[in-house]
Design a protein around this ligand. Structure first.
Ligand code: IMP
Length: 446
C-alpha cells in the first residue's frame, strides 16, 4: 500500500475523507500517525482563499515527509454576508470558539434576513501533492440555505443550520445535522471535491454501479425472530403444533440469539412438518396473518429510519432473510423495499408443502451467494455493488464482509466481537426496544 499523508489533526475529517476516498492500492494516514504519533503544529492558515490555505498545509506536510500529501480547507459562504464566514468559518466567533457559538453568531448576523436571501454554500478545497511533487487542486461545493433555528445532532460545525438543496436544486427541508453520515457523504462539498480529485489525479470515474443495501430481517429489521413467532402461533392460536415441539423451538431460538452454533434447519423442519396436512395456500395465509397481526409491530424505528435514508440516497433495499417467502413478500411490499431473498419451500403437485426447501436456504455464506446470483441476474455482472449490509447474527458475517460498510445491529456476542475486530459499525438497538403497546401506537395512524 502506498501512503497519502493527510495534513490535518482533525480526526473527524480523516474519517470523513477515508469513508469517501477509496483508492485501490493507497491508504490514508493522518500526519501525526505518519511521524510516529508526534503532534506537529501545522503552519498558520493565513491565506485569503480556501485553496491558498489548503496549499499551505499540503506543502508543509509534503516538505516534512516526502510522501504524497492531501490537505483540505473548507468553510461556509453566506451570500447575504458577502461570503462570510468563509475562510474564518472555524474561528467566526473568535479564536477557540465552539461550533455552537459560531452558529449563534451566524443566526444573529442573519437576523431579519428573509428565507430567499439566506442562500449559502459549503466549499471544500483540496490540494493533493503526489510523490514526485506534482500538485492537483480541486474544489467542491454544496448549495443550500441557512435555517432560522438549529436542528439535528449529526455532523459538526455549521451542519445544524445548513439546509442543503434537494437533488433537483430546490430548497431542502432537513439540515445537514439531520442527515446520516452516509447521506452527507453522498452530497457534501467534501464528497464533490474528492470525486473530482479521484478523476483528476487517479483517473477514477464516478461509480455508476447500482448500489445495493442488504438488510437481514429477523433480529435486524424487526426485534423478533419470525420462525419462533410462527411456532408460537401454531401452538397457541391455531393448535397445529404440539406444545412440546413449541417449547423445543423456543429454546432453540434463545440459544440462536445468544450466538450458539446450531442446526438452522430445525425450526423449519418442525414448522413445515406441521403444514403437511393442509394446502400450502392455507399455510401461507397463516404466515401472512402472522405478519399483519404481530410481526409488523416489531419493526425497529431506527432500522426503518436507516432504510428511508438509503432510499433517499438512491440505494436499492434488498431484504436477505432465511425466513419464509410469504412473510418476506409482505415485508417487502409494506416497507417499499426493492426486492427480497427468502427461503423457498417445495410444494408438491397437489399443492401441499413437502417440508423440503428448494435449493439452499439463504443462511450464512448462502446469503451472499444468493444475493450475488440475484443481483447478477437482475442488474448484470459488474453493474452493482453492495454499499451497506445490516445483520444481527454471526452467520451474517460473510454478507457483511462483502459490503463497503457493514453494520452489526444489536449483535449476538460473536458478531459483536467480529464487528469490533473489523471496525464495523455497531448499532446497539437492544436499549432502544420499543414496548409492544408503543409499537402498536406507531401504526395506529395507518
Ligand atoms: P477548516 O477547514 O479546518 O479550516 O475548518 C473549516 C470550518 O468550516 C469548520 O471548523 C466548520 O466550522 C466549517 N465546516 C467545514 N466543513 C463543514 C461541514 O461539513 N459541516 C459543517 N461545518 C463545516
Amino acid at each position: 500500500m502506498k501512503r497519502i499523508v493527510v495534513a490535518t489533526h482533525n480526526n473527524h475529517k480523516v474519517k470523513e475523507i477515508s469513508a469517501i476516498l477509496n483508492i485501490p492500492g493507497w491508504e490514508l494516514v493522518p500526519l501525526s500517525d505518519h511521524i510516529s504519533n508526534t503532534i506537529i503544529d501545522l503552519p498558520p492558515e493565513n491565506a485569503t482563499t480556501f485553496t491558498g490555505n489548503a496549499r499551505i498545509k499540503a506543502r508543509f506536510a509534503y516538505d516534512l515527509t516526502g510522501c504524497a500529501t492531501l490537505a483540505d480547507d473548507s468553510g461556509l459562504v453566506v451570500d447575504a454576508l458577502d461570503g462570510a464566514p468563509g475562510v474564518y468559518s472555524a474561528r467566526y466567533a473568535g479564536e477557540g470558539a465552539t461550533a455552537r457559538q459560531c452558529n449563534e453568531k451566524l443566526l444573529e448576523a442573519l437576523d431579519g434576513v428573509k428565507r430567499n436571501k439566506r442562500t449559502a454554500r459549503f466549499v471544500c478545497s483540496l490540494i493533493f501533492i503526489d510523490e514526485d511533487g506534482t500538485e492537483y487542486a480541486v474544489e467542491g461545493t454544496c448549495e443550500g440555505h441557512i435555517s432560522t433555528t438549529p436542528r439535528g445532532k449529526n455532523g459538526f460545525g455549521y451542519d445544524p443550520l445548513f439546509v442543503p438543496n434537494d437533488a433537483q436544486g430546490n430548497p431542502g427541508k432537513r439540515t445537514l445535522a439531520q442527515f446520516s453520515a452516509a447521506e452527507k457523504n453522498a452530497i457534501s462539498h467534501r464528497a464533490v471535491a474528492l470525486a473530482a480529485l479521484r478523476k483528476l489525479a487517479f483517473q477514477i470515474q464516478p461509480d455508476e454501479r447500482i448500489r445495493i443495501v442488504a438488510f437481514d430481517f429477523d433480529g435486524t429489521l424487526i426485534d423478533a425472530a419470525s420462525p419462533v413467532r410462527l411456532v408460537n402461533r401454531l401452538v397457541l392460536h391455531d393448535h397445529v403444533m404440539s406444545f412440546w415441539v413449541g417449547v423445543k423451538i423456543a429454546f432453540w431460538g434463545m440459544r440462536y440469539k445468544m450466538g450458539s452454533e446450531l442446526d438452522q434447519s430445525l425450526p423449519r423442519r418442525y414448522i413445515f412438518g406441521s403444514f403437511t396436512d393442509f394446502p400450502s395456500t392455507y399455510a401461507n395465509s397463516i404466515m401472512v396473518s402472522l405478519y399483519h397481526e404481530k410481526l409488523r409491530y416489531y419493526f425497529r424505528p431506527e432500522a426503518l429510519r436507516r432504510i428511508e435514508e438509503h432510499k433517499q440516497a438512491g440505494e436499492l433495499i434488498i431484504l436477505v432473510s432465511a425466513s419464509f417467502d410469504p412473510i418476506l413478500k409482505e415485508v417487502t411490499r409494506e416497507i417499499g423495499a426493492d426486492g427480497y431473498i427468502a427461503t423457498q419451500m417445495e410444494i408438491n403437485n397437489k399443492g401441499y408443502y413437502t417440508g423440503r426447501t428448494i435449493g439452499f436456504p439463504p443462511e450464512g455464506e448462502q446469503k451472499l451467494v444468493q444475493l450475488t446470483a440475484y443481483a447478477d441476474m437482475r442488474f448484470g455482472k459488474g453493474n452493482w455493488v453492495i454499499t451497506w449490509a445490516y445483520g444481527d447474527h454471526f452467520s451474517d458475517a460473510p454478507l457483511l464482509a462483502a459490503a463497503e460498510h457493514a453494520v452489526a445491529v444489536d449483535p449476538c456476542r460473536r458478531l459483536n466481537s467480529i464487528a469490533k475486530e473489523r471496525g464495523w459499525e455497531i448499532m446497539p438497538l437492544g436499549v432502544q426496544r420499543v414496548k409492544s403497546q408503543a409499537r402498536r401506537s406507531l401504526y395506529q395512524a395507518d
